[in-house]
Design a protein around this ligand. Structure first.
Ligand code: SF4
Length: 540
């Protein structure tokens, strides 16, 4: 649904999504191999708000991961609406600076301001919490006037818009072919309470759900766009947060795939206890879920208990990973270093976990305390929160010496993304995972555009990785193994991903990238001039 208010004024709203700082998980170094791609994933939250705005208002949508908002965009706008996460904080500040320079009223919503509104004193209006009654009050206020308020005004959601009333995200305002993968939200909230995570505080512990009809309509809308990405990521914090709901939506996805000739593949985030639910895994395999991101965090069961993530240890970890692989699901994993439970043995255990698990993609980060988490409260009580402007990689005062923690991170990255080891893990996936995926008709994917893109990607991978890179030997070992089993898709996928991971890890080891997503040191803002020209030059 759109905003139900009766609107009196005509407004021009410029929605801007801030650029991300490059990381292991955005694959930004590999976009050019595909030709069309400029950014990782469409921003669901801001597309949702854009779709909810009154129909009579004109909306422009700029994702600065693709291109910066131009001087003309700012001139056109009555109001500039921004949404972002903590990792985008410098870019959020930079957008406010440019909007103010253009004399525009600014509004900020999204996860970062909802967790820490005090970080953004320069915005005229803050939208705190999810879409809901605050959104209606904000729209009523802007309908009344777009002049900046004399003092900052906050609108805080007390009544959330039920997910079944969410409008179709405004896909008509963006070009999906510019994105590496598509995104889709089925649920919001997570029942667990991991110490470092802000999801339960921000989105609640009772997962709320969209209807199957909404999901199908969103998939159809994506499919209607020429050149849409072939992978869609369920951005839900935990796809099995409500297991019954996951079981119920999956047959709808399977039917949709069958009817449309299997045009898409899916990925999601879930807790490792997904491995206990064979019936869900069976349906996920049939629906074409190929990848699951699991916040494994640490292979150490005591550390999981300390961070209240015991649910990841309800099965022996390696057994759980093997189970997911048996259903054709490649696991990607989040890992945290700098935990209070880390010892001098943790590094060895993590390296051995990386080798034995055969997980190709791991995002290894330093612990960061986010506002509105139990971790933040505990560290604050203990006087262990470090100010953001210290130039350090984390805001946590680790129990182990800082340099030792960062050096451990460096050695673990070097270990994980050494090309020999990385391609050995991909080679392992060929038999352990890719061979277990369901064979589906190629009808839905056989478009001229897809074929052209596959040829371009194949050409670039053979040339730049297979012939010219200094890791061509391990690449071909894994690639031949996949090719001998007819897994051409897997060769393209592993080439694309490995290209980014190897290049990014080499940059990180040279100190050009940061050890934490959230690192204030690494979050060099992509600052733009009013004409939309990058001022610092690190636009991905
Ligand atoms: S399971 Fe994941 S989303 Fe849920 S609280 Fe833990 S870290 Fe957060």
């Amino acid at each position: 649904m759109r905003c139900p208010l009766t609107i009196a004024s005509q407004r021009h709203v410029l929605c801007i999504f801030p650029a991300y700082t490059p990381s292991f998980g955005t694959f930004s170094h590999a976009y050019w191999l595909l030709g069309r791609v400029r950014a990782f994933m469409p921003p669901q939250g801001l597309l949702l708000i854009a779709a909810y705005l009154p129909e009579s208002w004109s909306v422009r949508f700029v994702d600065e991961n693709i291109a910066p908002a131009s001087a003309d965009d700012f001139r056109w706008a009555d109001v500039v609406l921004v949404s972002g996460m903590h990792i985008q904080a410098p870019q959020i500040h930079d957008i406010a600076r440019r909007a103010k320079a253009a004399g525009k009223t600014t509004v900020l919503g999204g996860a970062s301001v909802s967790g820490a509104p005090e970080l953004y004193p320069e915005y005229d209006y803050l939208h705190i919490g999810e879409i809901g009654d605050a959104t209606d009050r904000l729209i009523a206020c802007l309908d009344n006037s777009v002049a900046p308020a004399p003092a900052q005004t906050r609108f805080e959601t007390t009544e959330r818009l039920p997910l079944p009333s969410f409008p179709l995200p405004a896909y008509d305002l963006i070009r999906l072919d510019r994105y590496l993968i598509g995104s889709l939200q089925f649920s919001s909230g997570c029942p667990y309470r991991c110490e470092f995570c802000d999801i339960p505080a921000l989105y609640g512990r009772q997962p709320r759900l969209k209807t199957p009809e909404q999901i199908i309509a969103e998939l159809d809308a994506m499919l209607a766009q020429p050149g849409h990405p072939s992978v869609v990521y369920f951005v839900d914090d935990n796809f099995i947060g409500n297991r019954k709901a996951a079981r119920e939506i999956l047959p709808h996805l399977i039917n949709w795939q069958r009817k449309r000739g299997y045009p898409l593949q899916f990925a999601c985030e879930a807790t490792l206890n997904l491995a206990k639910h064979g019936e869900v895994l069976l349906l996920m395999r049939e629906a074409q879920f190929l990848t699951v991101f699991v916040g494994i965090e640490t292979p150490d069961a005591d550390a999981l208990k300390a961070m209240r993530k015991e649910h990841n240890a309800t099965l022996p970890m390696m057994e759980a990973i093997k189970t997911l692989n048996r259903y054709g699901l490649e696991v990607t994993s989040g890992i945290i270093l700098g935990l209070d439970t880390d010892t001098s043995d943790s590094e060895g255990r993590l390296k051995s976990f990386i080798d034995v698990s055969g997980i190709p993609i791991l995002t290894i980060n330093l612990l960061q305390a986010l506002p509105r988490t139990p971790l933040w409260d505990r560290l604050k009580r203990d006087g262990r929160l470090i100010a953001d402007d210290t130039g350090l990689e984390s805001n946590v005062q680790f129990l182990r010496p800082y340099d030792e923690v960062v050096d451990t991170w460096r050695r673990c990255i070097a270990h994980a993304y050494d090309p020999e080891r990385l391609f050995a893990r991909f080679a392992h996936q060929v038999d352990a995972t890719y061979a277990n995926r369901m064979d589906v008709p190629a009808r839905g994917k056989l478009t001229v555009r897809n074929l052209r893109e596959a040829v371009l990607l194949g050409f670039n991978i053979v040339l730049w990785i297979g012939l010219l890179s200094n890791y061509r030997r391990p690449f071909w070992r894994a690639a031949w193994r996949a090719l001998s089993r007819g897994q051409i898709d897997a060769v393209l996928g592993m080439g694309l991903v490995a290209y980014h991971l190897i290049r990014f890890s080499r940059e990180a080891l040279r100190g050009e990238q940061n050890a934490s997503f959230y690192s204030a040191r690494g979050r060099a803002a992509v600052a733009y001039t009013p004409e939309g020209v990058p001022a610092l030059g690190n636009q991905p």
